[in-house]
Design a protein around this ligand. Structure first.
Ligand code: F6R
Length: 263
Protein backbone atom coordinates (compact mmCIF):
# COMPACT_ATOMS: atom_id res chain seq x y z
CA UNK A 1 0.00 0.00 0.00
CA UNK A 2 1.23 3.46 -0.90
CA UNK A 3 -0.25 6.66 0.46
CA UNK A 4 0.35 9.93 -1.33
CA UNK A 5 -0.74 12.98 0.61
CA UNK A 6 -1.49 16.15 -1.37
CA UNK A 7 -2.42 19.61 -0.06
CA UNK A 8 -5.70 19.89 -1.94
CA UNK A 9 -8.08 18.38 -4.48
CA UNK A 10 -6.42 20.12 -7.43
CA UNK A 11 -3.01 18.63 -6.73
CA UNK A 12 -4.55 15.25 -5.90
CA UNK A 13 -6.12 15.19 -9.37
CA UNK A 14 -2.83 16.18 -11.01
CA UNK A 15 -0.96 13.41 -9.22
CA UNK A 16 -3.58 10.84 -10.25
CA UNK A 17 -3.41 12.09 -13.84
CA UNK A 18 0.37 11.78 -13.81
CA UNK A 19 0.08 8.13 -12.75
CA UNK A 20 -2.65 7.35 -15.31
CA UNK A 21 -0.74 9.10 -18.11
CA UNK A 22 2.43 7.20 -17.22
CA UNK A 23 0.48 3.91 -17.38
CA UNK A 24 -1.09 4.86 -20.74
CA UNK A 25 2.28 5.81 -22.22
CA UNK A 26 3.81 2.54 -21.06
CA UNK A 27 0.88 0.50 -22.35
CA UNK A 28 -1.18 2.28 -25.04
CA UNK A 29 -3.80 -0.49 -24.94
CA UNK A 30 -4.26 -0.13 -21.18
CA UNK A 31 -7.51 -1.48 -19.74
CA UNK A 32 -8.58 1.32 -17.45
CA UNK A 33 -11.30 1.07 -14.82
CA UNK A 34 -13.05 4.38 -14.20
CA UNK A 35 -15.09 5.98 -11.45
CA UNK A 36 -17.34 9.03 -11.45
CA UNK A 37 -18.01 11.56 -8.69
CA UNK A 38 -16.75 15.00 -7.76
CA UNK A 39 -13.36 13.71 -6.58
CA UNK A 40 -12.47 12.50 -10.06
CA UNK A 41 -13.16 15.84 -11.77
CA UNK A 42 -9.65 17.30 -11.38
CA UNK A 43 -8.18 14.01 -12.64
CA UNK A 44 -10.30 14.05 -15.81
CA UNK A 45 -9.70 17.76 -16.37
CA UNK A 46 -5.96 17.19 -16.24
CA UNK A 47 -6.14 14.14 -18.54
CA UNK A 48 -8.08 16.24 -21.06
CA UNK A 49 -5.38 18.91 -20.83
CA UNK A 50 -2.64 16.30 -21.34
CA UNK A 51 -4.45 14.99 -24.41
CA UNK A 52 -4.69 18.52 -25.82
CA UNK A 53 -1.26 19.90 -24.86
CA UNK A 54 0.92 16.80 -24.64
CA UNK A 55 -0.70 14.52 -27.23
CA UNK A 56 -1.63 11.90 -24.62
CA UNK A 57 -3.15 9.21 -26.83
CA UNK A 58 -6.30 7.39 -25.71
CA UNK A 59 -6.96 5.63 -29.03
CA UNK A 60 -5.86 2.18 -27.83
CA UNK A 61 -7.44 2.45 -24.39
CA UNK A 62 -10.24 0.13 -23.26
CA UNK A 63 -12.35 1.52 -20.41
CA UNK A 64 -14.73 -0.07 -17.92
CA UNK A 65 -16.77 2.08 -15.58
CA UNK A 66 -17.47 0.82 -12.11
CA UNK A 67 -21.14 1.56 -11.86
CA UNK A 68 -24.30 3.24 -13.09
CA UNK A 69 -27.62 4.19 -11.53
CA UNK A 70 -30.52 1.93 -12.38
CA UNK A 71 -33.40 3.68 -14.08
CA UNK A 72 -31.66 6.74 -15.51
CA UNK A 73 -31.44 7.16 -19.28
CA UNK A 74 -27.89 7.66 -20.59
CA UNK A 75 -28.67 11.28 -21.48
CA UNK A 76 -29.87 12.20 -17.97
CA UNK A 77 -27.48 14.79 -16.56
CA UNK A 78 -26.91 12.69 -13.41
CA UNK A 79 -26.23 9.41 -15.19
CA UNK A 80 -22.67 8.18 -15.11
CA UNK A 81 -22.80 7.83 -18.91
CA UNK A 82 -23.44 11.55 -19.13
CA UNK A 83 -20.75 12.34 -16.54
CA UNK A 84 -18.09 10.35 -18.36
CA UNK A 85 -18.88 11.82 -21.77
CA UNK A 86 -19.11 15.33 -20.40
CA UNK A 87 -15.89 15.25 -18.38
CA UNK A 88 -13.64 12.91 -20.34
CA UNK A 89 -14.74 10.91 -23.37
CA UNK A 90 -15.94 13.69 -25.64
CA UNK A 91 -12.67 15.60 -25.14
CA UNK A 92 -10.22 12.78 -25.92
CA UNK A 93 -9.71 10.24 -28.69
CA UNK A 94 -10.98 7.14 -26.90
CA UNK A 95 -12.82 4.90 -29.37
CA UNK A 96 -16.56 4.65 -28.60
CA UNK A 97 -16.46 0.87 -29.12
CA UNK A 98 -13.81 0.61 -26.37
CA UNK A 99 -15.99 2.31 -23.74
CA UNK A 100 -17.92 0.10 -21.32
CA UNK A 101 -20.36 1.53 -18.78
CA UNK A 102 -23.04 -0.59 -17.10
CA UNK A 103 -26.42 -0.05 -18.75
CA UNK A 104 -28.75 1.55 -16.22
CA UNK A 105 -31.78 1.30 -18.49
CA UNK A 106 -32.22 -2.49 -18.36
CA UNK A 107 -35.48 -3.58 -16.79
CA UNK A 108 -34.93 -7.28 -16.10
CA UNK A 109 -32.50 -10.20 -16.42
CA UNK A 110 -30.11 -8.28 -14.20
CA UNK A 111 -27.97 -11.30 -13.32
CA UNK A 112 -27.50 -12.19 -17.00
CA UNK A 113 -26.58 -8.61 -17.83
CA UNK A 114 -24.12 -8.35 -14.92
CA UNK A 115 -22.48 -11.67 -15.91
CA UNK A 116 -22.03 -10.30 -19.43
CA UNK A 117 -20.32 -7.19 -18.00
CA UNK A 118 -17.92 -9.42 -16.06
CA UNK A 119 -17.35 -11.46 -19.21
CA UNK A 120 -16.51 -8.31 -21.19
CA UNK A 121 -13.85 -7.45 -18.58
CA UNK A 122 -12.42 -10.97 -18.82
CA UNK A 123 -12.54 -10.94 -22.64
CA UNK A 124 -10.57 -7.69 -22.65
CA UNK A 125 -7.91 -9.38 -20.50
CA UNK A 126 -8.85 -7.90 -17.10
CA UNK A 127 -8.39 -4.37 -15.75
CA UNK A 128 -4.82 -3.04 -15.53
CA UNK A 129 -5.53 0.08 -13.50
CA UNK A 130 -8.73 0.80 -11.58
CA UNK A 131 -9.59 4.32 -10.42
CA UNK A 132 -11.80 4.53 -7.31
CA UNK A 133 -13.41 7.20 -5.17
CA UNK A 134 -14.75 6.42 -1.70
CA UNK A 135 -18.11 7.17 -0.13
CA UNK A 136 -18.62 8.72 3.32
CA UNK A 137 -19.72 5.24 4.41
CA UNK A 138 -16.56 3.65 3.01
CA UNK A 139 -18.14 2.30 -0.18
CA UNK A 140 -16.15 1.75 -3.36
CA UNK A 141 -18.18 1.56 -6.53
CA UNK A 142 -21.65 1.20 -5.05
CA UNK A 143 -20.57 -1.61 -2.74
CA UNK A 144 -22.46 -0.40 0.27
CA UNK A 145 -21.69 -1.51 3.85
CA UNK A 146 -22.45 -5.24 4.32
CA UNK A 147 -21.63 -6.03 0.67
CA UNK A 148 -19.91 -9.36 0.32
CA UNK A 149 -16.17 -8.87 -0.01
CA UNK A 150 -16.22 -11.50 -2.75
CA UNK A 151 -19.07 -9.86 -4.68
CA UNK A 152 -19.15 -9.54 -8.47
CA UNK A 153 -20.96 -7.09 -10.75
CA UNK A 154 -24.58 -7.04 -9.66
CA UNK A 155 -27.67 -5.00 -8.91
CA UNK A 156 -27.24 -3.23 -5.60
CA UNK A 157 -29.75 -1.42 -3.40
CA UNK A 158 -28.29 1.90 -2.22
CA UNK A 159 -28.28 2.91 1.43
CA UNK A 160 -30.30 5.87 2.64
CA UNK A 161 -27.05 7.73 3.36
CA UNK A 162 -25.87 7.32 -0.25
CA UNK A 163 -29.28 8.30 -1.63
CA UNK A 164 -29.23 11.43 0.57
CA UNK A 165 -25.69 12.29 -0.62
CA UNK A 166 -26.79 11.85 -4.23
CA UNK A 167 -30.00 13.84 -3.74
CA UNK A 168 -28.01 17.11 -3.72
CA UNK A 169 -27.24 16.62 -7.42
CA UNK A 170 -30.85 15.99 -8.48
CA UNK A 171 -33.53 18.60 -9.09
CA UNK A 172 -35.79 19.30 -6.08
CA UNK A 173 -38.61 16.76 -5.99
CA UNK A 174 -36.97 14.54 -8.61
CA UNK A 175 -36.85 10.82 -7.80
CA UNK A 176 -33.32 9.80 -6.80
CA UNK A 177 -32.30 6.29 -7.92
CA UNK A 178 -32.46 3.68 -5.16
CA UNK A 179 -30.47 1.03 -7.01
CA UNK A 180 -27.37 0.78 -9.15
CA UNK A 181 -25.41 -1.75 -11.13
CA UNK A 182 -21.91 -1.95 -9.71
CA UNK A 183 -18.77 -4.00 -10.09
CA UNK A 184 -18.32 -6.10 -6.96
CA UNK A 185 -15.49 -6.02 -4.46
CA UNK A 186 -14.21 -9.29 -5.93
CA UNK A 187 -14.21 -7.67 -9.39
CA UNK A 188 -12.30 -4.63 -8.14
CA UNK A 189 -9.73 -6.73 -6.28
CA UNK A 190 -8.83 -8.49 -9.55
CA UNK A 191 -7.58 -5.25 -11.13
CA UNK A 192 -3.78 -5.33 -11.37
CA UNK A 193 -3.40 -1.92 -9.79
CA UNK A 194 -5.85 0.24 -7.84
CA UNK A 195 -5.74 4.01 -7.38
CA UNK A 196 -8.17 5.41 -4.79
CA UNK A 197 -8.74 9.17 -4.57
CA UNK A 198 -10.27 10.95 -1.58
CA UNK A 199 -10.76 14.61 -0.89
CA UNK A 200 -12.33 16.62 1.91
CA UNK A 201 -13.08 16.20 5.61
CA UNK A 202 -16.24 14.17 4.97
CA UNK A 203 -13.96 11.32 3.82
CA UNK A 204 -11.52 11.44 6.75
CA UNK A 205 -13.23 8.72 8.80
CA UNK A 206 -13.76 6.32 5.90
CA UNK A 207 -10.14 6.77 4.74
CA UNK A 208 -8.79 6.03 8.24
CA UNK A 209 -11.07 3.01 8.54
CA UNK A 210 -10.20 1.72 5.08
CA UNK A 211 -6.44 1.98 5.57
CA UNK A 212 -5.89 1.45 9.27
CA UNK A 213 -9.04 -0.27 10.47
CA UNK A 214 -9.95 -3.94 10.33
CA UNK A 215 -10.99 -5.50 7.03
CA UNK A 216 -14.75 -5.49 7.28
CA UNK A 217 -17.81 -5.54 5.05
CA UNK A 218 -18.99 -2.53 7.09
CA UNK A 219 -16.34 -0.43 5.28
CA UNK A 220 -15.98 -2.12 1.93
CA UNK A 221 -12.91 -0.07 0.93
CA UNK A 222 -11.04 -1.89 3.73
CA UNK A 223 -11.03 -4.95 1.43
CA UNK A 224 -8.29 -3.13 -0.50
CA UNK A 225 -5.95 -4.15 2.32
CA UNK A 226 -5.95 -7.52 0.53
CA UNK A 227 -4.86 -5.94 -2.76
CA UNK A 228 -1.15 -6.25 -3.60
CA UNK A 229 -0.81 -2.92 -5.43
CA UNK A 230 -3.05 -0.16 -4.14
CA UNK A 231 -2.20 3.55 -4.00
CA UNK A 232 -4.30 6.02 -2.03
CA UNK A 233 -4.04 9.66 -3.07
CA UNK A 234 -5.67 11.81 -0.42
CA UNK A 235 -5.69 15.49 0.38
CA UNK A 236 -4.87 16.93 3.82
CA UNK A 237 -8.48 16.95 4.95
CA UNK A 238 -9.26 13.40 3.88
CA UNK A 239 -6.02 12.18 5.49
CA UNK A 240 -6.60 14.04 8.76
CA UNK A 241 -7.56 10.99 10.85
CA UNK A 242 -4.71 8.73 9.72
CA UNK A 243 -2.27 7.86 12.48
CA UNK A 244 0.84 6.73 10.62
CA UNK A 245 1.66 9.76 8.45
CA UNK A 246 5.40 9.63 9.10
CA UNK A 247 5.58 6.01 8.07
CA UNK A 248 3.59 6.59 4.84
CA UNK A 249 5.89 9.49 3.95
CA UNK A 250 9.00 7.31 4.47
CA UNK A 251 7.49 4.48 2.41
CA UNK A 252 6.81 6.94 -0.38
CA UNK A 253 10.28 8.46 -0.27
CA UNK A 254 12.06 5.12 -0.27
CA UNK A 255 9.73 3.66 -2.92
CA UNK A 256 10.57 6.60 -5.17
CA UNK A 257 14.25 5.97 -4.52
CA UNK A 258 14.36 2.18 -4.80
CA UNK A 259 11.52 1.25 -7.17
CA UNK A 260 10.51 4.47 -9.00
CA UNK A 261 8.52 2.43 -11.56
CA UNK A 262 5.92 1.64 -8.87
CA UNK A 263 4.93 5.29 -8.85
C1 F6R B 1 -18.84 6.50 -8.57
C2 F6R B 1 -18.44 5.64 -7.44
C3 F6R B 1 -18.58 6.10 -6.04
C4 F6R B 1 -17.87 7.43 -5.79
C5 F6R B 1 -17.98 7.84 -4.33
C6 F6R B 1 -17.34 9.19 -4.08
O1 F6R B 1 -18.55 5.89 -9.81
O2 F6R B 1 -18.02 4.56 -7.69
O3 F6R B 1 -18.05 5.11 -5.18
O4 F6R B 1 -16.54 7.30 -6.15
O5 F6R B 1 -19.31 7.86 -3.94
O6 F6R B 1 -18.04 10.17 -4.76
P1 F6R B 1 -17.59 11.72 -4.68
O7 F6R B 1 -16.25 11.78 -5.34
O8 F6R B 1 -18.64 12.45 -5.45
O9 F6R B 1 -17.52 12.04 -3.25
Amino acid sequence: MLLILKPDKEQLGHEAARIVAHAVRRNPSLRLGLATGSTTLTLYKELVRMHRDEALDFSGLVTFNLDEYLGLPANHSESFHYFMHEHLFRHVNVKPENIHIPDGTITGNYDTYCCSYEQAIRDAGGIDLQILGIGRNGHIGFNEPTSSLGSRTRLKVLTKETIDDNRKSFAPGEKVPECAITMGIGTILEAKRVLLLASGSSKATSIAQAIEGPVTASVTASALQHHPDVTFIVDQQAGAQLRHHDYYARVLRLTAELTPDRL
